[in-house]
Design a protein around this ligand. Structure first.
Ligand code: BES
Ligand code: ZN
Length: 484
């Protein structure tokens, strides 16, 4: 996948590590936007950048975290994170004492636990639950109360469908399973019900019939509810434009449902106009309601304003999901560890069931009252932050601009993220409900991680430096959002 955007590269300015608190001693000026230089140069190492600004590190942020003890993990096979360094007197060692020093390494340990010890974490699975337990244990070890927010979501896996006409001139058609169709095999007579609105249905009902439905005007769910309410045992939806289509229902259907092309639909209509048509429809799929849990921790602030940090912790079934998205989850944990009380509430949410349709974040947003939505100063989404050489930010313009300016100040190559790539993660649940939100990620040049959604998305490819950079950029961003 190509990702579009603009090049940004700027001056190395102050690093405000661990300034997740708004009471920070950071610059109050708005982020500069005119420091962009076109030339691409290597980003400085995090340590080198930090060494330029030792005096800007406020004393308060050097206080060890409330609980510096290694977090209890469900099975204690991972080495504990390195201890939080203690402060010493010289400027050089002040740097080694900054709380986020070693953030990359700490975060990498979380990546390894999630992607190697636990492995693939499909939404609703036992391994996703194990990841939830791990995340909760980490948050608690940093002194948070943790809320687990359960929700259900429709889980669907398609293994293919078949549709044949029976009788003398048996024909094999080319159906696609409509997402969330029931899994079943059924033989029966076809009834043409047009658009399947209530007025289109036969007076004597559709008992045991296979409803042949034209796409359009009302939703698939309404069509299927209407025909199954009238007794249909299966349904075929044919396209209202050339070719077949891939559709999905909003909820699990009670009957098997497939889609076919307009040509095949018209062909069945023609056959029906001449006599009865008997078909066998078979759908091989899993459609069931599953349970996911968002894991929520919050550092309370002194004002109602809230910044939300989010990362999905589920993965696709196909692989261990190290970059997508143990990396974002690990960065979220590290940000939570570093957060100090400030003006803004800082809410950290590990979202479930992103890969199957942003279900966790959508559910979370659905629980926010309008006043609570108004208090969200921004949602920072961390997804695929462990692989690549280019920091990318997409979403609400104000957050994108601020993030780019900060990355530029810190000497990291950053670009805005456009097109569909900016639309594929949990921040969208917030932006589509009117809250500011942005996705932060890394890409390999302009390309997405080539191991994305594959069995090769392993922890060994995740770069601790990327995780560290992300922690630094987000920490500074929060300081700015809080007016620090
Ligand atoms: N990490 C990806 C999202 C992503 C991919 C963001 C490429 C930016 C660039 C995410 O986990 C994912 O795969 N999302 C789905 C969409 C979602 C709504 C099911 C996707 O992009 O296909
Ligand atoms: Zn992802």
């Amino acid at each position: 996948m190509k990702l579009t955007g603009t090049n940004h590269r700027g001056l190395v300015l102050a690093l405000l590590l661990a300034l997740l608190a708004s009471g920070c001693a950071g610059p109050t000026a708005a982020a500069p936007t005119a420091t962009v230089a076109p030339a691409r140069t290597a980003a400085p190492t995090a340590t080198a950048t930090a060494s330029a600004t030792p005096t800007l590190v406020p004393t308060a942020t050097l206080t060890p975290v409330p609980s510096a003890t290694p977090a209890p993990v469900p099975t204690a096979t991972l080495p504990p994170p390195p201890p939080t360094p203690t402060r010493t007197a010289t400027p050089a060692s002040v740097l080694t004492a900054t709380p986020s020093l070693g953030s990359g390494q700490r975060a990498l340990q979380h990546v390894q636990y999630l992607s190697e010890k636990i492995g693939s974490r499909p939404a609703g699975s036992a391994s996703e639950r194990a990841a939830a337990d791990y995340i909760e244990a980490q948050f608690r070890s940093y002194g948070y109360n943790v809320q687990r927010q359960p929700f259900t979501f429709p889980y669907f896996v398609d293994r293919g469908s078949k549709l044949v006409t029976l009788g003398q001139q048996a024909e094999e058609l080319h159906p696609l399973t409509l997402g969330l169709s029931a899994a079943a095999s059924y033989e029966g007579f076809v009834a043409n019900v047009g658009l399947a609105r209530p007025q289109d249905l036969p007076k004597d009902g559709l008992k045991g019939r296979v409803a042949l439905i034209l796409r359009g005007e009302i939703t698939f769910d309404q069509k299927i509810a209407n025909v199954s309410g009238a007794g249909a045992a299966a349904a075929i939806v044919y396209n209202n434009a050339a070719g077949n289509f891939r559709g999905r229902l909003g909820g699990i259907a009670a009957i098997p449902v497939v889609s076919i092309s307009d040509e095949e639909g018209k062909h069945l209509s023609d056959l029906l106009a001449r006599g009865t048509v008997n078909v066998r429809i078979s759908v091989d799929a899993t459609s069931e309601n599953r349970r996911g849990e968002n894991i929520i921790a919050e550092r309370q602030g002194s004002t109602p304003g809230t910044v939300i940090f989010g990362a999905h912790y589920d993965s696709v079934e196909a692989g261990p999901g190290a970059n997508d998205n143990a990396s974002g989850t690990a960065t979220l944990l590290e940000l939570a560890r570093l957060a100090r009380p400030g003006a803004l509430n800082q809410r950290f949410i590990a979202f479930s069931a992103e890969e199957l349709g942003l279900y966790g974040s959508a559910y979370y947003v659905s629980t926010l009252a309008p006043e609570q939505r108004q208090q969200v100063a921004g949602m920072v989404c961390l997804d695929m932050v462990g692989v690549g050489d280019r920091l990318r930010i997409g979403g609400s313009q104000q957050l994108v601009d601020l993030g780019l300016a900060i990355a530029s100040e810190q000497g990291y190559e950053a670009q805005s993220l456009g097109g569909s790539a900016a639309g594929g993660s949990d921040h969208v649940s917030f932006t589509s409900a009117g809250m500011p939100g942005a996705l932060f990620m890394f890409t390999v040049g302009v390309d997405l991680d080539p191991r994305y959604h594959s069995d090769q998305d392993r922890g060994s490819f995740v770069d601790a430096d990327n995780l560290e950079k992300m922690v630094r950029v987000i920490a500074a961003l929060v300081g700015r959002l809080a007016g620090g």
